[in-house]
Design a protein around this ligand. Structure first.
Ligand SMILES: NC(=O)C1=CN([C@@H]2O[C@H](COP(=O)(O)OP(=O)(O)OC[C@H]3O[C@@H](n4cnc5c(N)ncnc54)[C@H](O)[C@@H]3O)[C@@H](O)[C@H]2O)C=CC1
Ligand SMILES: O=C(O)C1=N[C@H](C(=O)O)C[C@H](O)C1
Length: 236
């Protein structure tokens, strides 16, 4: 397939390596320094850019009738507007805060653990994410997905980025920045007598990039708004 890469930083370059190895061709490498020339000729677009560019990138692909996968985090206040545009244009759009298979399994584990904890008393939850020092957003998109899934299955109704003040129904998220860390997420429930922790650690960006290419291959020929759950068939 012919791929337009919307964003050509750490992820865009990792995706190009994997896509090329799978027999695909990159025909556009969009950054802040060039335009969308050639986008119309792509079979699929993959957006891994910056929060301020994601909406423009995704809209450009949908308006050019090109199916688009996005992994950019930190722009989700506009998710509703993008899904509306996709529906109005009869397009194809797929967003995931994390494309790795391991994290998508972890998402299901997180939901199950939250359901079990919800049947007991005495545990307090906390979420931690660790990323490289170049990351623009905090908390990570993945940490937000994890807390949303905990909220859907427990009495918690909000997340708070530490060190802000936390009340009974808030989930505290701690965001740590360590040079070169690709991405680690953990959820810990602590009681008076013990603690339960689950953790996912990415060793590199390879898993995210492979998942994004698999999602792009899957999206071609489809119409609608999708998530990684649709691609992997997990948790159905
Ligand atoms: N969903 C997932 O599985 C993952 C998501 N991410 C997210 O992907 C995004 C990109 O991550 P990285 O590649 O590590 O960042 P990066 O900083 O290495 O690359 C971002 C790229 O966006 C480009 N850019 C800036 N303005 C642009 C514009 N107007 N149009 C097109 N491109 C523009 C920059 O030139 C840069 O090359 C971040 O939001 C990050 O959180 C990262 C890894 C996995
Ligand atoms: O910026 C990153 O690097 C990552 N961002 C995503 C997020 O915000 O959750 C996914 C992954 O953890 C790497």
């Amino acid at each position: 397939m012919k791929i337009a890469l919307l964003g050509y930083g750490k992820m865009g370059q990792e995706i190009e390596k994997i896509a090329t190895a799978r027999g695909h061709e990159v025909i556009l490498r969009k950054t802040e320094n060039n335009n969308f020339d050639g986008l119309k000729n792509a079979d699929v677009a993959i957006d891994f850019s910056v929060p301020t560019a994601a909406i423009t990138n995704i809209s450009a692909a949908i308006n050019d009738n090109v199916p688009v996968v996005s992994g950019t985090t930190g722009w989700l206040d506009d998710y509703g507007a993008i899904t509306e545009l996709c529906q109005n244009k009869n397009g194809a759009f797929l967003y995931a805060s994390n494309f790795s298979l391991g994290v998508n399994i972890f998402f299901e584990l997180n939901k199950k653990l939250a359901q079990l904890i919800n049947q007991t008393d005495g545990y307090r939850v906390e979420v931690e994410e660790i990323h490289h020092t170049q990351k623009l957003d905090a908390p990570s998109g993945t940490a937000i997905t994890l807390t949303q899934d905990i909220i859907a299955n427990t009495h918690y109704n909000n997340w708070v980025l530490m060190p802000d003040e936390v009340t009974e129904n808030d989930i505290p998220i701690t965001a740590k920045r360590i040079e070169k860390a690709p991405g680690t997420h953990s959820i810990t429930y602590t009681s008076e007598v013990d603690k339960i922790s689950i953790e996912h650690e990415a060793f590199s960006r390879q898993g995210f990039a492979l998942g994004a290419v698999i999602a792009a291959e899957w999206l071609i020929g489809k119409k609608g708004v999708f998530s990684m759950k649709d691609v992997l068939g997990l948790g159905n």
